[in-house]
Write a protein that binds this ligand. Structure first.
Ligand code: DX5
Ligand code: ZN
Length: 215
């Protein structure tokens, strides 16, 4: 399984954390951006984000926890990210935003909160590269994994095999060795990890644990 590491919460400062992830065995740097409206916290200043990440080498996996995600796509695309994921619940014109992100040559993802049923994704399943299943309420690192989300991952996995959809499945929130294995068995392709990796002196040891378990 691929591991995307979020620098949202860490024992090191932001700059060192980004640098440590960039030089680790992680597959992606997961960039959590929050607007203070869609989620209570606000950590989002586009210029600062661009400055923080402009010299990194690893593929960027951007997670927009914002309303009006379309507003940020132009500027963020200057970072040449691998993927931009926005929320189904963000009240945007979903089709338009999918097209906008794709038009930049960037993979597009849709994230769904724990209480959002997968049936609401129906119209978009042919057009998206990835579904980000939130296994905690979006907004903060260090929360507990919601085990009900395993069924959701299994359902999305069955659905793609039955209907030949090409989307990947990523899971975000509360990942550790135990929950990563559950996600892997349910069919996830990627897990996003924040505190399990960044609250540890040795990032690579933690990342390698997750990789070994889900091989
Ligand atoms: C939660 C964020 C996550 C979070 C993961 O709103 O989207 O990416 O940082 O952190 P942990 O792994 O600590 O749950
Ligand atoms: Zn995230």
């Amino acid at each position: 399984m691929k591991i995307s590491v979020s620098y949202l919460s860490s024992i090191f400062d932001k700059k060192s954390t980004i640098n440590l992830i960039d030089n680790s065995n992680a597959d992606y740097i997961h960039v959590d951006l929050m607007d203070g409206k869609f989620v209570p916290k606000n950590n989002f200043n586009v210029r600062e984000v661009i400055n923080d990440l402009k010299d990194t080498n690893k593929p960027l996996d951007i997670h927009l926890m914002t309303f009006e995600p379309e507003k940020y796509v132009d500027e963020l695309s200057t970072l040449n990210p691998a993927r931009i994921t926005f929320h189904l619940e963000s009240n945007t014109n979903i089709e338009k935003t999918i097209k906008l992100i794709k038009s930049k040559g960037i993979e597009v993802g849709i994230a769904i909160k724990p209480n959002t049923d997968i049936m609401y994704l129906d119209n978009y399943l042919n057009d998206i590269d990835i579904i980000l299943v939130m296994s905690v309420e979006p907004g903060a690192g260090g929360q507990r994994f919601m085990f009900d989300m395993i069924d959701k991952i299994e359902d999305l996995n069955d659905l793609r095999y039955n209907k030949n959809y090409l989307y990947k499945i990523s899971v975000d929130g509360g990942i550790n060795e135990y929950t990563a294995l559950k996600c892997h068995k349910a069919g996830a392709d990627i897990v996003v990890s924040g505190s399990y990796v960044c609250h540890h002196e040795n990032f690579n040891a933690q990342i390698n644990n997750l990789k070994r378990i889900t091989k």
